[in-house]
Design a protein around this ligand. Structure first.
Ligand code: ARG
Length: 590
């Protein structure tokens, strides 16, 4: 379906043409003065010079052509030359009826779907998920869902950190603690045990311990690096031990992401490209791109137009070891081979922006990608505490994701118990659903690149621009529909019968609904889930206003009542589809 703003502009453009002026002048925008009109057109002002006429005269000519318009109830020329516009109720009602009949509520899928890989999540094996990983997961998941809904072919890849120095640190510490483990016996030729020699809790304790010690103890650090080297060069026992680390860690990660309603098509890690590195390095050397500098293999990526220093991209360290760069470049190579994407999007902390600039330039220069392959870095800001500093626990440590979710759920649970009689069990289940909405909406409603303040009280509030507010609105609609059915109404039978609005708040609600296709499209084009948040917030407000002004169930005119029920069903469907794009859902009751 065309966007409502396009239909309105078309009508206005026709009027300009009929009055003898250029069509392009008939561009319509939302009103700057909602107290005076709904939409406006400033084309007469723009045309004054060209036609050597006072704008008000042009506006008057155009308004005259709109006297019998099927779109505008009123098109009024006002000084100094604006056209103030009020839409016809029938026109709005018809648009909403068409929206109802359309499978995506008037949204048209893209004409040329792109193949897109989204790299998001990016957790590191054997390290607990912390709040930094939360943003990547929440934002990436939403962008993936939006792009898919628009018709693109999207593959989400978690890009596990599973191959670098942390792996060596863990293995080395295991060797120190349990030297008798068969994995470290280089003469051992038998099969390795199927059971891992540690639990996830042990793993998570080992990494920070080993990391700290390696900073204080050179010999220890050297041992850890030797372990990394053994793993990367394929020593049997180290590979077997690493397999256990991955299995234990991935099982735990899956559980955590499931709770967040986040899922990945690919669970590839940095390790997945290990075997591709030699061939990539050879090609970079053969192409004359890579050279040895101070022992390391590098590719220059600076450009004349750079205003700041862009260091060379390091491909191999002097000891021949691969780096974060190396695996990222080889991953691009693999993705080009396997997925052949038109676009690769990285949803990563914005502090890695320069790093990705280097990687992208290097990938282009060394021809890992095609000229028209788009590499896109979407950097997100930091989640801060109320003190404006990166979010910490009360004790000052790094906040684990699990604890953060727990805190939100506990607060939600408390609010639910306070507001109504329920069992603990039901309240806990609802708190989980609403808590996730609070967390995700709190994040997604900000422009992703900005830092934001994590504020539990505000995020969990049922009033204002919050997830729970949107959910309350949906639950309210569901409860009205349930009552209508209880009183003998048939929701299914009436839901196609949307009518022209009879009052102002109903018309407002319809005009908000009508912005659906434009909002989702903008969210996709700009990689901006916050556009959908803004849309549903306005929509929820318009609905609640309508609800307070209108006695829906007590209405005596059955046909009018049925029309309202149909409008409610559409509002619910649009809201639920929208929150689905954001990655959360609504409960039946709150
Ligand atoms: N594991 C990385 C980290 O925790 C994030 C990975 C981002 N993605 C990428 N392709 N480098 O910082």
């Amino acid at each position: 379906m065309k966007k409502i703003i396009e239909l309105i502009s078309d009508e206005m453009k026709n009027a300009f043409e009929q009055a003898g002026y250029a069509r392009e002048l008939g561009k319509v925008t939302l009103s700057n003065r909602p107290d005076l009109c709904e939409y406006q057109c400033n084309g007469a002002m723009a045309g004054a010079k060209q036609y050597k006429k006072a704008p008000i005269m042009i506006a008057g000519d155009v308004a005259a052509k709109l006297a019998d318009s099927k779109v505008f109830e009123r098109a009024e020329a006002v000084a100094p030359g604006f056209l103030n516009l009020i839409l016809r109720k029938e026109f709005v009602g018809e648009y909403i009826r068409d929206m109802r009949a359309d499978s995506k509520y008037g949204l048209e899928e893209v004409q040329a779907p792109a193949k897109i890989v989204i790299d998001y999540g990016g957790p590191n094996v054997a390290k607990p998920l912390h709040v930094g990983h939360l943003r990547s997961a929440i934002i990436g998941e939403s962008i993936k869902r939006i792009a898919r809904y628009m018709g693109h072919k999207v593959v989400g890849d978690i890009h596990l950190g599973d191959w670098g120095q942390p792996m060596g640190l863990i293995m080395n510490e295991l060797r120190v603690r349990k030297p008798k483990l068969v994995y470290f016996d280089e003469d051992y030729a038998g099969a390795y045990p199927a059971e891992p020699p540690f639990t996830i809790a042990e793993l998570e304790e080992i990494y920070p311990f080993a990391s700290k010690r390696s900073k204080e103890d050179e010999a220890y650090k050297a041992d850890a690096m030797a372990c990394t080297f053994k793993l990367q060069s394929g020593v049997r026992g180290y590979r077997a031990l690493w397999d256990h680390i991955i299995a234990v860690s991935v099982a735990d990660l899956k559980k955590n992401y499931e709770r967040l309603n986040v899922d990945f098509d690919l669970w590839n890690g940095e390790s997945a490209v290990h075997d591709l590195i030699p061939q990539m390095v050879d090609a970079m050397r053969a192409g004359g791109y890579a050279y040895v500098s101070e022992g390391a293999l590098v590719v220059d990526v600076k450009q004349e137009t750079d205003t700041k220093e862009v260091p060379p991209c390091m491909i191999l360290k002097s000891d021949g070891a691969a780096l974060y760069n190396t695996t990222d470049l080889a991953t691009i190579m693999m993705r080009m081979e396997v997925e052949q994407p038109d676009r690769i999007i990285y949803v990563v902390d914005k502090r890695q922006e320069l790093y990705f600039e280097q990687v992208f330039r290097c990938a282009r220069k060394t021809k890992l990608v095609q000229e028209d392959t788009e590499l896109r870095f979407l950097g997100f800001g930091t989640m801060n505490g109320k003190d404006g500093k990166p979010f910490k626990t009360r004790e000052g440590g790094v906040m684990r994701l699990e604890s953060l979710i727990q805190e939100i759920n506990d607060e939600m649970f408390r609010k639910i118990k306070e507001s109504r009689e329920t069992t603990d069990e039901e309240a806990a289940a609802t708190a989980q659903v609403v808590g996730l909405a609070a967390l995700k909406y709190g994040d997604l409603s900000n422009q992703a690149s900005k830092d934001y303040i994590f504020d539990i009280d505000r995020f969990t509030s049922s009033e204002g621009d919050t997830g729970p507010y949107v959910l309350y609105t949906i639950v309210r609609i569901k409860s009205i529909l349930a009552k209508y059915a209880e009183n003998g109404g048939d929701v299914q039978a009436v839901c196609g019968g949307i009518k022209a609005p009879v009052n102002d708040s109903e018309k407002q609600l319809m005009m908000e609904l009508a912005k659906y296709n434009a909002s989702v499209e903008a969210a996709c084009e700009e990689y901006a889930p916050h556009r959908i948040c803004a849309y549903i917030y306005d929509l929820a407000n318009a609905f609640n206003h309508f609800y307070h002004e209108t006695k829906i169930l007590a209405e005596e005119d059955d046909s009018r009542k049925a029309g309202w029920i149909a409008l409610l069903v559409l509002t619910r469907d649009v809201l639920e589809t929208s929150i689905g794009l954001l990655g959360f859902s609504a409960p039946e009751r709150m």
